[in-house]
Write a protein that binds this ligand. Structure first.
Ligand SMILES: [Zn+2]
Length: 429
């Protein structure tokens, strides 16, 4: 006897007609036509059932603040940072809590059940940290929220940042952040990477740095991050977010760098929506795309995970907590549209992101947490193409979000009465 059985599921790896049996919040058994009963059953009717979406790079202290105190007129990264600097002194814990919790509601509706959020530690009052720690506790029953101490204004560039970052970690923030390309000089950037790796080693914490988020091909802090990761014995615990300068590096240097990243087992976290929006701004034509070398990094065996980064904040007026939209953009920017590419992109917003965050019990194997999303799509290609509607979101075996299929009534003589966008793909199987 199980608590819940989801029948007739298609899985991301291509298996179809699979039954998933759940007991005590865990996946107890999977297989075809399992003869068992349960307190509840859901017929997935051949639709895709996936572990939840995971966003390994986000800014929950800034989300849903669009227009506060004004809109970003140039739409650039630097005006966004300036705007955030204007808003920051006016931030209150209550307002931060309310926006973050509202974003988490949206995330759940999109099947996004794990998020790593950078938290700006530049204001020594650390009201952002206080608020987000409370959010982490409040949402724990439905979202795994990890927090990164992020010295947005620079670790050495901003007075008091060293002390504030340490205090944020003392307060219980999970991950050490950094922003070496924003320090005053290359040397100070290098020194910040070194210092932050030392802190992570001493405290036994992971690292996730905004690293080389620039079009400057000489911004090579990822090289230092790889070297220091090895030096401090941090292999597998370090993430390099963005790495956009790699887009502009010469191919010879990239061919030396990629094996160093692989050796250090660094998780690479591009943010396709934000990278294509904010990079290449000093170019006329041709304009660079700015996203890091996803295909080449994946081919080298490096764990590549995509982040959403921003939703309706000083840097980005768009976004809807939809990791399929992130993957959709990645397919285009990385030009990864081959049959195998599509599944790799889907992995980058699910299993790879879970690995980058070090999540335990993630996946569809027996014994994993019964955290699942049923999509109005048959397979990963269709899910990404349609940014498919989420029909049900399940956390630890309980349905926590549900919606009716998106179907349109059509009033055309001699044509079908209803259109379900997910039934239009010519079936190859
Ligand atoms: Zn970011």
């Amino acid at each position: 006897m199980f608590d819940l059985i989801i029948r007739n599921a298609n899985l991301p790896d291509g298996q179809d007609a699979v039954d998933i049996c759940i007991r005590n919040g865990k996946i107890a058994e999977t297989g075809s036509r399992i003869e068992a009963s349960a307190a509840a059953e859901i017929d997935a009717t051949g639709r895709l059932v996936t572990p939840p979406f995971v966003d390994p790079h986000f800014h929950m202290d800034a989300t849903l603040s669009l227009g506060m105190p004004r809109l970003n007129h140039s739409g650039t990264l630097l005006e966004g940072i300036a705007l955030w600097g204007e808003l920051r002194p006016a931030l209150t814990k209550d307002a931060l809590l309310e926006r973050a919790l509202r974003y988490c509601d949206l995330a759940v509706s999109q099947g996004l059940l794990a998020i790593r959020s950078h938290v700006d530690t530049s204001d020594p009052k650390l009201v952002t940290v206080e608020a987000l720690l409370e959010v982490r506790d409040k949402v724990a029953p439905y979202i795994d929220l990890q927090l990164v101490a992020f010295p947005q204004d620079g670790y050495y560039r901003s007075t008091g940042a060293v002390d504030a970052l340490n205090r944020a970690l003392d307060m219980g923030v999970d991950v050490v952040g950094g922003i070496p390309h924003f320090e005053r000089t290359m040397d100070e950037g290098t020194a910040s990477v070194q210092a932050l790796c030392r802190i992570a080693a001493e405290r036994g914490l992971p690292i996730d740095m905004h690293c080389d988020e620039t079009d400057d091909p000489m911004s090579r802090h990822i090289e230092t991050l790889a070297a220091q990761t090895v030096r401090f014995g941090l292999k597998g615990r370090v993430a390099g977010s963005h790495l956009t300068s790699m887009h502009s590096m010469n191919n010879y240097y990239a061919s030396k760098l990629i094996p160093l990243i692989a050796e250090a087992e660094i998780n690479v976290i591009p943010n396709p929506l934000i990278n294509i929006m904010l990079q290449g701004r000093h170019d006329t034509y041709p304009k660079r795309r700015g996203m890091t070398r996803v295909r080449e990094l994946m081919a080298a065996g490096i764990n590549v995970a995509f982040g959403h980064d921003c939703v309706m904040d000083p840097w980005y007026s768009m976004g809807s907590a939809d990791m399929l939209e992130v993957g959709h953009m990645a397919i285009h920017v990385a030009q990864m549209a081959g049959v195998d590419d599509i599944r790799k992109i889907f992995d980058a917003i699910t299993v790879n992101s879970a690995k980058a965050m070090g999540l335990e019990g993630y996946g569809l194997a027996k014994g994993c947490n019964a955290d699942l999303v049923i999509l109005q799509a048959r397979d990963t290609l269709e899910a990404l193409r349609l940014k498919a509607h989420r029909l049900a979101v399940i956390r630890r075996g309980k349905v926590i979000a549900r919606s009716t299929p998106r179907i349109t009534d059509l009033m055309l003589d001699g044509r079908p009465a209803k259109v379900d966008g997910a039934e239009y793909a010519p079936l190859q199987r």
